[in-house]
Unconditional design. Structure first.
Lengths: 513, 158
């Protein structure tokens, strides 16, 4: 007990971490645990039995139940899993319980170390309305909007219409407790207001248990830029520069990069300072992200603060050389940050793309299927964060993100070329993904020019995206069919995929297994 | 001979070992060369490495930096013309049904709201017509491709 040697003398020593999450982020945290000499515990539901995250951890605890409330959102079950395995700290990852102050409190009350900010900071920043107010007080500019807690649609219709008129169209309806594009709706015309409000509110209730929605002006042609901050429990806080996350579909990020291709040094400085001030205003502890919208005229507006590790944190790790998960753990243990702002600098350029099981040629609708072949690219400056491997399934049970592909290179053009090559080299067969679309983004002159506004996809593919047709592939398939060129497990499922019993290829495989 | 349908809906008839093939009934030449090595799921196509795998009736192909999928058409199967049913574009749950049997609907009108991956998706009519059948109820889980609603062409409007 007491943790590894480097943990000696820490006010809250940690020896074994339970990750209250799944998928790629759980795997990513387990890897840091292994490198730090810490034990690790996974929790998993029935759908995740045998998953990579379950198998990456030292130990795992099964959570029965067939919905999230009984499994990954079940605070009681998670705490007993920690007790059962002797875990002395809990890392929430992102999503699920990561931004629930009740969970942070429950973890602490159970006598465990919570790897995240205080419940106070989560509440203050987690509610978009109170966060807005806090930023106004701190002197950080916010987007024009109406902070109306519209709880009951029937009674609030008139109020909603009036607020929408004051804010102006196009506008954005946002769940107060929201994030990740859920509970968020764009309204371009007044006649769609009530319908979209009902949908946003319903999504908010389903996803966050809180149907409160607020109205905000939609700033088009703007850029989504966020600043990574890191604070310890001793009053030290730094920022780790920005991430540009403008390329989105359905308000979910698709491509992120750091540094931003447009930010000048002065704005970077101002944004970084604003982010550190925002963190200090709520006595923030650990890793957090302050999101800004950068308007065309160079003004920036506070969007929200995410009180957790972000999906796109690896690009910051690439350019800063700081392992954010390691720092989160050190801060939670009560150790000071090992560097000051002056020690930090931007090294090179990093890009992350999110590989989704979805059909970009069909409105980005989610796709399902087996990961029949999953051969990630390799080479210098390439990192893949994923919770799946060949043979797994993309199912409807969870978010369709399969993997994050990250590249790091000395400068932006080299990083783009590296990412294009990496996307092209990725052999991912059996389920439709956005890989081809990502390749096209990496080849697009507008991307090279750094014109990465939030409407990038709509502007550059107004008619939607379609894959290139091929006049060779039908011949490849015919030859593959003719020679029975499919592997055992997959061929069993399919009729006639094995080829003739006299196929020399099959015989060859039998002779030389 | 192998019958293949690609994503663009083109029908190919290809016989490996023959120098001719057809695409949508047009004769085209087959000048591709294939080399098979001892590894499963890969082959050389005109000197380039391709990864291939079959899932169900689909061949997935990674060739020259891009991924494609084409389907083997089993003889006799398929080939039925476009029906007027609306199908689920992805697996998910029916959240709302916004039409009734007998309703006259316009193209683009939202008829069903589905939920998949925690997001709501609106399913709109492709063509105007009259709703003659609703196959599912609110709360039901449906598979991708499941027929949701049958729409019959309304009398030819002028």
């Amino acid at each position: 007990m007491g943790g590894p040697d480097w943990m000696k003398g820490a006010p809250h020593p940690i020896s074994k971490i339970l990750v209250a999450n799944r998928g790629e982020i759980a795997c990513r945290i387990f890897r840091s645990c292994a490198e730090l000499g810490l034990g690790s515990v996974a929790i998993y539901s029935e759908a995740d039995r045998g998953s990579l995250h379950q198998q990456t951890a030292d130990e795992s605890v099964f959570l029965p139940g067939d919905n999230l409330a009984e499994t990954y959102l079940n605070i009681e079950a998670i705490l007993s899993a920690a007790e059962e395995t002797g875990a002395d700290a809990i890392h929430p990852g992102y999503g699920f319980l990561s931004e629930r102050s009740s969970f942070a409190n429950a973890v602490k009350e159970a006598g465990l170390v919570w790897i995240g900010p205080s419940a106070y900071a989560i509440d203050e920043m987690g509610d978009k309305i109170s966060a807005r107010r806090a930023m106004v007080t701190a002197g950080v500019p916010v987007i024009p909007g109406e902070e109306l807690p519209l709880e009951k649609p029937d009674e609030m219709v008139d109020e909603l219409v009036r607020a929408a008129t004051r804010v102006g169209y196009p506008l954005l309806l946002k769940a107060s407790a929201g994030g990740g594009g859920k509970g968020m709706r764009v309204v371009r015309e007044p006649r769609n207001l009530q319908r979209e409000y009902a949908a946003a509110s319903r999504e908010a209730v389903t996803s966050f248990g809180d149907g409160t929605v607020y109205v905000e002006r939609l700033l088009e042609k703007s850029r989504h830029i966020e600043v990574q901050v890191l604070s310890d429990t001793l009053g030290n806080a730094v920022h780790l520069f920005e991430r540009e996350c403008s390329i989105q579909r359905r308000h979910q990020k698709v491509v992120e990069e750091s540094p931003s291709p447009v930010l000048n040094e002065a704005t970077r400085q101002r944004m970084g300072e604003a982010a550190v001030n925002a963190a200090k205003a709520v006595d923030y502890e650990g890793a957090g992200t302050v999101e800004f919208l950068l308007a065309e005229d160079g003004d920036f507006h506070f969007l929200e603060m995410n009180t957790r590790l972000q999906v796109e944190h690896p690009i910051t790790e690439c350019i800063s050389g700081v392992d954010l998960v390691v720092e989160q753990i050190r801060v939670a243990a009560g150790l000071p940050l090992p560097f000051a702002q002056a020690d930090l600098s931007i090294r090179g350029h990093a890009i992350e793309v999110r590989i989704y099981a979805e059909d970009p040629a069909n409105s980005f609708l989610p796709a399902i299927g087996p990961l029949a072949m999953f051969r990630p690219p390799t080479g210098p400056g390439i990192r893949l964060d994923t919770g799946v491997r060949e043979g797994d399934e993309a199912s409807i049970d969870f978010d369709p993100m399969l993997a994050k592909l990250i590249v790091h290179a000395p400068e932006r053009e080299a990083a783009i070329r590296r990412m294009k090559r990496a996307c092209e080299d990725f052999v991912l067969l059996g389920v439709t993904t956005n890989l081809g679309f990502l390749c096209d983004i990496m080849s697009h002159p507008a991307y090279h020019a750094g014109e990465t506004t939030t409407d990038f996809i709509d502007v550059n593919w107004p008619e939607g995206w379609d894959s290139q047709s091929s006049d060779v592939v039908p011949f490849v398939a015919a030859a593959a069919e003719h020679y029975g060129l499919s592997r055992k497990a997959m061929a069993v499922e399919s009729d006639g995929g094995r080829g003739s019993p006299f196929n020399p290829f099959l015989t060859l495989r039998r002779s030389f297994p | 001979m192998v019958d293949i349908r690609d994503k663009q809906g083109r029908q190919w008839q290809i016989t490996i070992g023959s120098s001719e093939a057809t695409c949508d009934g047009q004769n085209i030449s087959n000048e591709h060369t294939f080399e098979i090595d001892a590894r499963p799921n890969r082959m050389w196509v005109d000197g380039q490495l391709a990864h291939v795998i079959k899932v169900g009736d689909d061949w997935w192909v990674h060739l020259d930096g891009s991924i494609h999928v084409v389907s083997i058409d089993e003889q006799g199967a398929g080939g039925s013309g476009e029906d007027d049913g609306m199908t689920a574009p992805m697996p998910g749950k029916i959240l709302e049904i916004l039409c009734n049997i007998g309703d006259h609907v316009e193209s683009g009108q939202t008829l069903i709201v589905m939920e998949a991956m925690k997001m709501e998706h609106r399913i709109a009519a492709n063509d105007p017509g009259v709703v003659v059948e609703i196959h599912h109820q609110v709360g039901e889980q449906v598979d991708a491709g499941a027929t949701l609603i049958d729409i019959e062409d309304s009398e030819e409007s002028n």
